[in-house]
Design a protein around this ligand. Structure first.
Ligand SMILES: NS(O)(O)c1ccc(OCc2cn(-c3ccccc3)nn2)cc1
Ligand SMILES: [Zn+2]
Length: 261
């Protein structure tokens, strides 16, 4: 088969062992982005990001990732432009990662896994009254995906890493009242975009994906800090929070567009 051997030894976490496919799903995520099959779209605009660090609320371990949540009651932290027809409000960001550095991202590029992937989740508050309603609509959400690769220590990420021991167990939360997620963006503006879905339940086909071409660098200690989190609650038998990524889904009748040539 054309897939590297490692793909056949990928762990499939219990979370995904059940055939969690959406019957009749035609735009599921994540997918492999085959660079040479992506189509440059000159009409794609630059992505505009404006986050207010003061909208940061807390970090919580929800039992399959850790989420940094934002006050999305106003338009203080938004993205606009790119493939989007209007602005979308930042609700939360979270990560997916592996037990080892050979895998962990949800999307792949030319079948290459990164050790982790950041998702910044935004919803279309121009059209829908709540996030929960936007989750059910084809143009309801916009998620920015940023790949993490092993390299230099990421100083902006470190403030987040320092807080992780306080949310080691499922359903723990700590206040986190100033953080600017812009510091997690790579310097290069290039991105791919395609129509997809949530990669965890309810798996709804409501996401305009914006995947940054350039990864950000983090060091081994920072990845290890993710891996010391637990899927399990305090008092339960400990299960390390690792390999919390969904298996690749079929591209079906979709084209991945690029903002760059
Ligand atoms: N990994 S990912 O970026 O694709 C991603 C991003 C956001 C997600 O939200 C799930 C969710 C659904 N709801 C919900 C609550 C009440 C009613 C309806 C929906 N709340 N959170 C899941 C995966
Ligand atoms: Zn995600």
């Amino acid at each position: 088969s054309s897939e590297p051997d490692s793909l056949h030894h990928l762990p499939v976490h219990p979370l995904w062992q059940s055939p969690l496919t959406i019957p009749g799903g035609t735009r599921q995520s994540p997918i492999n982005i085959q660079w040479r099959d992506s189509v440059y779209d000159p009409f794609l605009k630059p992505l505009k990001i404006s986050y207010d660090p003061a909208t940061c609320l807390h970090i919580w371990n929800n039992g399959y990732s850790f989420l940094v949540e934002f006050d999305d009651s106003t338009d203080r932290s938004i993205i606009d432009g790119g493939p989007l027809e209007n602005q979308y409000r930042l609700k939360q960001f979270h990560f997916h990662w592996g037990a080892i550095n050979d895998w962990g991202s949800e999307h792949t590029v030319d079948c290459k896994f990164y050790p982790a992937e950041l998702h910044l989740v935004h919803w279309n508050a121009v059209v829908y009254p709540t996030f929960e309603e936007a989750v059910m609509e084809g143009d309801g959400l916009a998620v920015i995906g940023v790949f993490l690769k092993l390299g230099a220590r990421h100083e902006g990420l470190q403030t987040l890493v320092d807080a992780l021991p306080a949310v080691k167990h499922k359903d723990t939360v700590i206040e986190f009242d100033v953080f600017d997620p812009s510091c997690l963006m790579p310097s290069c503006p290039d991105y791919w975009t395609y129509a997809g879905s949530l990669t965890t339940p309810p798996l709804t086909e409501s996401v305009t994906w914006i995947i940054k071409k350039q990864p950000i660098e983090v060091d081994e200690d920072q990845l290890e800090a993710f891996r010391m989190l637990l899927f399990t609650s305090d008092g339960e038998e400990e299960k390390r929070m690792v390999d919390n990524f969904r298996p690749l889904q079929p591209l079906m009748n979709r084209t991945v567009r690029s903002s760059f040539q």
